[in-house]
Design a binder for this molecule. Sequence first.
Ligand SMILES: Cc1cc2nc3c(=O)[nH]c(=O)nc-3n(C[C@H](O)[C@H](O)[C@H](O)COP(=O)(O)O)c2cc1C
Length: 212
Amino acid sequence: MVFDVATTDKKKIYNLLIGLVAPRPIALVTSRNEDGGINAAPFSAYNYLSIDPPIVALGVADRPAGDPAPKDTARNIRRTGEFVVNVTTEDLLRQMNICATDFPAEVSEIEMAGLETAESSVVSVPRIKSAHAALECVEHTTLQIGRSRIILGRVVAMYVEDQFVDPAGPYIKAEELHAIGRMNGLGSYVRTEGSFLHQPRIPYSEWVKGKR
Ligand SMILES: Cc1cc2nc3c(=O)[nH]c(=O)nc-3n(C[C@H](O)[C@H](O)[C@H](O)COP(=O)(O)O)c2cc1C
């Protein structure tokens, strides 16, 4: 089956694309509202794109047609130039999902989800206290493409609970962090606990010796 994007409606393109680009990491993004309150919302159109400088990208769709306003996260980042990506782990699944609820503007998702915040080290936007790791970011660029904003954030500090850092690298003890990934919408996720596969890279020098 081939779907020609030119003749496929947008909802179907969304369904297909999120099923094919999966699993995706989930950024639970904190940002500062105009009234100073803290906004939290999850985004799985998310990844790191470069290391030097360290850049992460978020894809934030505008609100549904008819509502001209961008989502609060995109608006806040444009205004303040700062945000924090809180890493979504399995223990935060329920609360992360509550943060995606379209509450009225005056209602705090953080409060509804029973979350608390903690001061970040470089940016003024706080992180989520119970998140085991967080990336403090400043806005590098926001690209407006169609009805989406692609936000590139430069990571200025990385918070990780000590227990998840192997100082040898340092490496993240990813098998213990239990990050989750989003699959094809429809409320489906994957867990990483007990699911790691190992396939080390093959140096060419080993390849030619026939060691595969
Ligand atoms: C797991 C998950 C991933 C999501 N990923 C995205 C995404 O990548 N882009 C997007 O625009 N909305 C995404 N959403 C929906 C937003 O979280 C939702 O629209 C939220 O209310 C936006 O909040 P805000 O207006 O406070 O920014 C996602 C929702 C969930 C539950």
